[in-house]
Design a protein around this ligand. Sequence first.
Ligand code: HEM
Ligand SMILES: *[C@@H]1O[C@H](CO)[C@@H](O)[C@H](O)[C@H]1NC(C)=O
Ligand SMILES: *[C@@H]1O[C@H](CO)[C@@H](O)[C@H](O)[C@H]1NC(C)=O
Length: 449
Amino acid sequence: MLGRSVVLSLLLEASLTNAFPNMAEKLAESHLQERIAPIAPFPEYPGAPYHALYNKFDAKSQLVSTSGEHAFIAPGPGDIRGPCAGLNAAANHGYLPRDGIATAETVNTGLWEAFGLDKTATLFLQTATMFFDGDPLSGRWSIGYHSDKTNSLGVIGDLLGNQTGICAYGHLKTEGDASITRGDWLAPTQNSNCASYPEFAQELLDLAKARTGGNITPQVLAEHQYNRKQHSIATNPYYFSPAYAGIAFTFGAHMFAYELLANHSAENPRGFLTPEVFESFFSYTRDADNKLVFTYGHERIPDNWYRRADDDAWTLSDILISTAQQCVSYPSNCAVGGNTGTVNSFSGVNLGDISGGLINAATDLQDPEKMGCFISQVIQADVPSFLDNVFNGVALTRVLGMIPTVLMPALAPLGNCPGLPKGKSMLDYGKTFPGAKMAMSGNRNPYRK
Ligand code: HEM
Ligand SMILES: *[C@@H]1O[C@H](CO)[C@@H](O)[C@H](O)[C@H]1NC(C)=O
Ligand SMILES: *[C@@H]1O[C@H](CO)[C@@H](O)[C@H](O)[C@H]1NC(C)=O
């Protein structure tokens, strides 16, 4: 569990006033661009503008150890791996516990050491994930499917709570459809949301080849996200894109794939991501015909790989800004809603209705400050209703009691949102969508035969 002093010092680090440098200017610019061209190109360097100017490289502090205690060891029986390339690689190299059960402490230190993900981001991600998919009482969550190890409630635990982990039945809480390479949970085929599919990885590599000659860039990833959503709408009758998992989290992961996995050098201080480095981090090898082969859970940090610099860390405000930037370039990526039981039947949910008037159109989400408040609002609406599906009795009372003391402080860095209206939970606004039903076991979806 997170100590109060840890939370407080992390909040100080979050430094709200510096969170959005020159935002008004940037936004004015992006609206201007929008009037000139209907769809503004996604930025070459997304996130806060200062990343575009970063020009230092320090081999010693940026080289990530892959030997000794950080040697690659493939997961053994009982070790859990899931849909997140970064968490899997971290666990395979001992930057997270090798059994795949994350805690606040290990996430905050491990993801900084291995990837340069700033603590404003890890505090938020780890806390939200622990409430959605894990056990807030123990602070533990599984980086893949359900594990008995996250339960703090001992032998009676199964009666009082059964945590999902981040994939499988954790679907729609943190994990969403139209991932970089993972499947859609309710799609007719290729429907593991924990495993990666070569077809989708190959599409990304082909797009990179067409756009840059081979290397994967943030622009390539943003376009891939657009393609993946169009693919889901066209092939998955139960595709659903909720506010957090669908607009923010999945896209956040698309940016992580470049911002946190790119290699760095003196010539390329802002990083470069070759297909080879991507394949190592995504657990791909090549067969005799040079076709991609995925091995579940063998994500590997390449030897001789340099992470982003300490003073150029990826922060929570970078996540918000880049997520908002996607809404400028690909407005349809920012629609909440889903198919209604047949392919190509996408129906949008009224954003004004679910946000109590905070957001009135997808274009409002082009503003990172509104994006931050919207994410905070939907998490506050979703957490109690999701917890109600996972916990019972005294355990439910205790975890609900942790919302003001543990969840709210971790949401504060999302922004200063005075008078934030109460939002609607996905279980409410998703009611009429067959793909938005939450299942805990057995049949994935009541609508599914
Ligand atoms: C507490 C921190 C983190 C949490 C809770 C988390 C969780 C997740 C989840 C739930 C997904 C599936 C998303 C989806 O359905 O599209 C995902 C995907 C992904 N994550 Fe993470 N993640 C974290 C940190 C990281 C880090 C540090 C990296 C990179 C170093 C990373 C890279 C990725 C990538 C590349 C994917 C896409 C995988 C694919 O679609 O094939 N994540 N993560
Ligand atoms: C807990 O949930 C998982 C799915 O997340 C399921 O496989 C398992 O059977 C459940 N355990 C109990 C005791 O209900
Ligand atoms: C990362 O870049 C450096 C400098 O160009 C290079 O020497 C190293 O081999 C690269 N690492 C990987 C894993 O490609």
